[in-house]
Design a protein around this ligand. Structure first.
Ligand code: ADP
Length: 276
C-alpha cells in the first residue's frame, strides 16, 4: 500500500491512532511514532507487502507478545489486522540500547549497566518459565524506556518449545556471532542456548555496544568456539560478572546456569558486590 501520510487518523472517536514520524526501519516495513486515544504514545510497526505468508509471519510476533506481561518486556497494545496491517506497541523514546550505550558511554555507571543486565535476565527467566525461547538476544533488540528501565523486544524469532524440548530452526537469517555452538551446528535452540546469547548480550552491554567477534567472518566463529576460545573481558566488566559469562559460554548446554540462577547472581552483584 502507499506510504502512510503523517498524522493520519484511523478510526474515529476514542479509538483513533495518529501516525507521526519514522522511528526506524523494521524487517517488514517502517516503524512510526504515534499517539493512541490522544494520550498514549505508541510505536507502530507497519508491513510493506502484507499479503498471505508475509502477513502471517509479520503478525506471528504480535501473536507471541499478546500473552506476555512483564515489566521488562516490550508491551503490545494491539494489532490492526486489515489494511493497513499494523502492530501497535508502547513507545520507548530512548530507542535501542545499542545506540544508547554509545551515546551515554561516559555517563553510565557499572551499577547502572549491571541493573540493565538484571532486568533483561528477569525478562528471560520469565520466558524460560513459559517454555519460550527468544533466539535473538542482543542490545539491538532491547529498548530503553528510561535511564533506569530497559525492555526486551523483537520477538520475531521467538518460539514456544512446549513438548518438543527444543526448537529446530529452518530460517537462515540468524545472528551467528551471538549463537551457542549447538545452535550454529545443529540449529538447536533451548533456554540454555538463550543463556549463551544472554552472555554475549551482557558482553555487549559492558563493552558499550562493541560488535562481538568483529574481527571474524560468520563462517569462522564456530571453529573458534570449538577450540575453546571465548570473548575477552570488556574493560568495564567486573571480574565476578565475567566469570558468570564464562559459565554461560560452557560448551555443554547442561553445564550453563539457568536464568533463574543468573537472576540470583546478578541481584547479589547489584546489592552486595563484595560478597558475591
Ligand atoms: P524488526 O524486528 O521488524 O526488524 P524492530 O523491532 O527492529 O523491527 O524495529 C525497527 C526500529 O524501530 C528499531 O530499531 C527501533 O529504533 C524502533 N522501534 C521499534 N519498536 C519500538 C518501540 N516500541 N519504541 C521505540 N522505538 C521502537
Amino acid at each position: 500500500y502507499a506510504e502512510i501520510p503523517e498524522h493520519t487518523a484511523i478510526y474515529d472517536g476514542e479509538d483513533d491512532i495518529v501516525v507521526g514520524r519514522i522511528l526506524g526501519e523494521g524487517f517488514f516495513g517502517e516503524v512510526h511514532e504515534g499517539v493512541y486515544k490522544k494520550r498514549t504514545r505508541v510505536a507502530i510497526k507497519t508491513c510493506k507487502d502484507c499479503s498471505g505468508d508475509v502477513k502471517e509471519k509479520f503478525l506471528s510476533e504480535a501473536d507471541l507478545m499478546k500473552n506476555l506481561d512483564h515489566p521488562h518486556i516490550v508491551r503490545l497494545i494491539g494489532v490492526i489486522e486489515f489494511d493497513p496491517v499494523w502492530i501497535v506497541m508502547e513507545l520507548y523514546e530512548h530507542g535501542e540500547l545499542g545506540n544508547y550505550l554509545v551515546e551515554q558511554q561516559y555517563i553510565l555507571s557499572i551499577a547502572r549497566l549491571t541493573q540493565y543486565c538484571l532486568q533483561i535476565c528477569n525478562a528471560l527467566a520469565y520466558l524460560e518459565g513459559l517454555n519460550m525461547v527468544h533466539r535473538d538476544i542482543a542490545v539491538r533488540n532491547i529498548l530503553v524506556a528510561s535511564a533506569e528501565c530497559v525492555k526486551l523486544g523483537d520477538f520475531g524469532l521467538s518460539r514456544y518449545v512446549d513438548d518438543q524440548e527444543y526448537y529446530k530452526a529452518s530460517v537462515s537469517r540468524l545472528p551467528i556471532k551471538w549463537m551457542a555452538p549447538e545452535s550454529i551446528n545443529f540449529r538447536r535452540f533451548t533456554s540454555a542456548s538463550d543463556v549463551w546469547m544472554f552472555g554475549v548480550c551482557v558482553w555487549e552491554i559492558f563493552s558499550m555496544a562493541q560488535q562481538p567477534f568483529s574481527w571474524l567472518e560468520n563462517g569462522q566463529v564456530i571453529n573458534l568456539l570449538e577450540s575453546g576460545t571465548r570473548l575477552g573481558k570488556p574493560q568495564k566488566c567486573p571480574p565476578t560478572i565475567y566469570s558468570l559469562l564464562t559459565r554461560c559460554w560452557s560448551y555443554e548446554p547442561h553445564s550453563r546456569p539457568t536464568f533463574r540462577d543468573l537472576v540470583l547472581s546478578f541481584r547479589c552483584k547489584l546489592t552486595n558486590p563484595p560478597i558475591c
